[in-house]
Design a protein around this ligand. Structure first.
Ligand code: SER
Length: 317
């Protein structure tokens, strides 16, 4: 029997919040040299991503992407380069260009080189008409430009799968909480910023109301969900391949503040809602992830207490 083909992975947006953690885990699994990190930004010295190959890449440059895939003999792409909701509302044209254009580049490159693709979706695909506990299958009418680009991304994945057999898959990520790399430009960033502020200033001005409740997930769970989805045999991947709901946990901003107060003496928080409140209000409180559980066995591990402990320990290093 011929030896199975080695997995060689390319990651776009590798210096971002998810990329930093995902590259580390992929390199642990496949070997440093088999994971090509790419980003539009220059590689800074102080990141874990320096332990393997890195190339500058714009996700809009399909020719450059194709060349790198051939040069490094890539077998799958994790496409994380994107503009999040807050930056997207400030610059909708850029958001559409990067998020939709980047996904098309990746899917075209995958089609031409027979690659597997991971391209994430988001809870931002839901809108004000979604039930507060979001079903897997429901009309998708987001109000943010970011959410609209993610709906388009899911449609593109389904199109390339049906028409060209491209094995692309995605998760609807909730707000992701991690300490290795800062979040940036998202509505759910308060759930990350609050930890840095608590430890450094002892105070946080939170930009959503205390009763704001959103689906969230610790990064370790998100990385495991991503890899479990991608490593599942194709026969287990059902109709939701382009955007599986995955639940971690849900808490209000006040519950998060209270959990941090239990661990950080003297921590105070003011609530000063701004325009980001509107984006948060348009998203559901929680998601129904029965399909992910049934199709490929998803189960979250981190509850709020475990997240608070891990964040404080990680950021204190
Ligand atoms: N975390 C993202 C944001 O807030 C949602 O996917 O924009």
């Amino acid at each position: 029997m011929p030896a199975p083909e080695a997995t060689r992975v390319m990651v776009t947006g590798a210096l971002g919040q998810i990329g930093t953690d995902l590259v580390e885990e992929l390199r642990r699994m496949h070997g440093n040299e088999n994971v090509l990190a790419t980003d539009i930004r220059e590689l800074p010295d102080h990141t874990g991503v320096t332990n393997g190959p890195f190339e500058l890449l714009s996700v809009l440059d399909t020719d450059a992407m194709d060349s790198l895939v051939k040069e490094y003999d890539i077998t799958k792409i994790f496409h994380l380069g994107a503009i999040l909701s807050v930056t997207g509302e400030q610059n909708p044209k850029l958001c559409k260009k990067i998020n939709v254009g980047g996904t098309v580049s990746v899917l075209e490159t995958a089609k031409n080189n027979n690659l597997q693709v991971y391209a994430p979706s988001s809870i931002a695909v839901f809108g004000p008409d979604t039930p507060k506990h979001a079903p897997q299958i429901t009309p998708l009418n987001p109000t943010t430009t970011y959410g609209k680009t993610k709906v388009t991304g899911e449609n593109l994945i389904n199109e390339y799968w049906k028409k060209h057999g491209v094995d692309a898959r995605g998760l609807r990520y909730p707000g992701l909480i991690s300490w290795k790399s800062p979040a940036g430009g998202g509505t759910t960033d308060y759930a990350v910023e609050i930890f840095n502020a608590a430890l450094n200033q002892g105070h946080y001005d939170c930009f959503v109301r205390p009763n704001t409740k959103l689906p969230m997930m610790y990064m370790d769970d998100a990385i495991r969900a991503t890899l479990d989805l991608m490593n599942s045999p194709i026969k287990k991947i059902g109709k939701s391949r382009a955007g599986y709901n995955v639940s971690g946990l849900s808490f209000t901003a006040q519950e998060l503040v209270d959990a941090i107060k239990d661990k950080v003496d003297g921590f105070t928080c003011n609530f000063i809602p701004d325009v980001r409140q509107n984006y948060a209000d348009s998203w559901p409180d929680s998601v129904n992830d029965a399909s992910a559980k049934k199709d490929w066995g998803w189960e979250a591990e981190y509850d709020l207490g475990k997240i608070v402990d891990s964040m404080i320990e990680g950021l204190s290093k």
